[in-house]
Design a protein around this ligand. Structure first.
Ligand code: M6R
Length: 369
């Protein structure tokens, strides 16, 4: 109990530590005066960073979802083609790799066997390698050319929470660092990016302060459901996958995450009054499209739980339940949207009496292939 500092589970404690974890990951790196980023262990030669022609992002589980978001960030801001691979798949598909390829492995533990095997394969083929990792001196960090440590602190709960939002934070830092160097991000954009990124930890705290009661009630309402669908679009599509994974892992409820536009190509067949659909619906470039998805769900009697932007009244008329997150730039919404989804999983699992910190069949670190 002392280790949990009064929280009932490590997972809940770690969800609450996210403001601090993100702050620590930014600390000493994001310079709010010059709108730039510096790293201690990610010091590749400038010439190499300018010449990179392809980036692979490789990981497993939750860290893989961070990779999917990384692709949106890096392609959009660096204009470098970027591929995302699940660790256990990478080595069997033989993608073209050369000296100007960078592979970034993302891992909380730095010990995941599938991610490590992919990393070794890329090195063998001549790529330079980097890692985003939470554990100092872990195997992956010892084998790469450069590391950005997430300073999230030890993560004990098997379900990854603060490590994930810290991985996203590290990806934002890499994007800004490389974008400035490659001149694909100009000063005005760097300023905007820096200012907003620096505000994210407080926004995380705001969600935890303001929405907790609402989230507990919503979780209670839907605890007995046996299937959930999670929908998101664009940079928040991976967050739909992450929300579904979190629910599966700790509550053993069947859940699927989908890009919302794919709903009509299959999952729509599942929708009836017994299917809660969690929809990520921030005010963004794809807002109108998401509203149509919500209407499609409602037309089939599905129940909609929307994650929406503070102040959005329209969504209240459409969705059955709404959880608000603060307004920010589209690119930073994934961190904010993650918080309510973690909490929904946590409280549903708690209502069901599940072993939240040690879910059945799962290990914190998977060191076998
Ligand atoms: O330590 P890693 O980040 O490499 O672990 C990868 C996955 O095993 C991990 O994210 C797993 O999916 C978690 N249980 C997710 O909550």
């Amino acid at each position: 109990m002392a280790e949990k500092q009064g929280y009932r589970h490590f997972m809940l404690k770690e969800i609450y530590e996210q403001k601090q974890a993100i702050q620590e990951t930014l600390l000493g790196r994001l310079d709010r005066d010059t709108y730039s980023v510096s790293f201690e262990h990610f010091n590749f030669e400038e010439k190499y960073l300018k010449n990179i022609n392809r980036i692979f992002l490789v990981a497993c589980g939750t860290a893989y979802h961070a990779c999917l978001i990384g692709k949106f960030l890096l392609e959009d801001h660096l204009k470098i083609p970027c591929e995302v691979d699940i660790g256990s798949e990478f080595r069997y598909r033989n993608p073209p790799i050369d000296r100007d390829t960078l592979l970034i492995a993302i891992s909380q533990s730095g010990e995941t066997a599938d991610t490590l095997a992919a990393l070794r394969e890329a090195k063998k083929k001549g790529a330079k390698t980097a890692a985003i990792c939470n554990v100092l001196g872990s195997t992956i960090t010892r084998e790469v050319d450069g590391v950005v440590y997430t300073h999230a602190g030890p993560e004990i709960g098997v379900a990854s929470t603060k490590a994930f939002t810290s991985q996203l934070t590290a990806l934002y830092l890499i994007t800004l660092n490389m974008g400035i160097l490659r001149e694909s991000i100009d000063l005005a954009e760097a300023k905007n990016f820096t200012k907003e990124l620096a505000r994210i930890p407080l926004m995380v705290k705001n969600i935890l302060d303001k929405e907790i009661k609402n989230i507990k009630e919503i979780s209670h309402k839907y605890s007995k459901k046996t299937d959930f669908l999670y929908l998101g679009r664009n940079i928040n599509y991976p967050i739909a996958l992450e929300g579904a994974l979190k629910l599966k892992e700790i509550s053993y409820i069947h859940a699927e995450g989908y890009p919302a536009g794919e709903m009509k190509h299959g999952p729509i067949a599942l929708i009836d009054e017994d299917l809660p659909v969690v929809v990520i619906a921030n005010k963004s470039a794809v807002y109108e499209k998401i509203l149509s998805n919500i209407e499609e769900v409602k037309a089939r009697d599905g129940k909609v739980i929307a994650i929406a932007t503070e102040g959005d009244q329209k969504i209240k008329e459409l969705a059955d339940d709404v959880i608000y997150v603060p307004e920010t730039l589209d690119i930073f919404t994934p961190i904010l949207n993650t918080i309510p989804l973690q909490l929904i999983s946590y409280y549903i699992a708690r209502n069901l009496g599940c072993d939240i910190d040690q879910p059945r069949n799962l290990a914190k670190s998977v060191t076998v292939e």
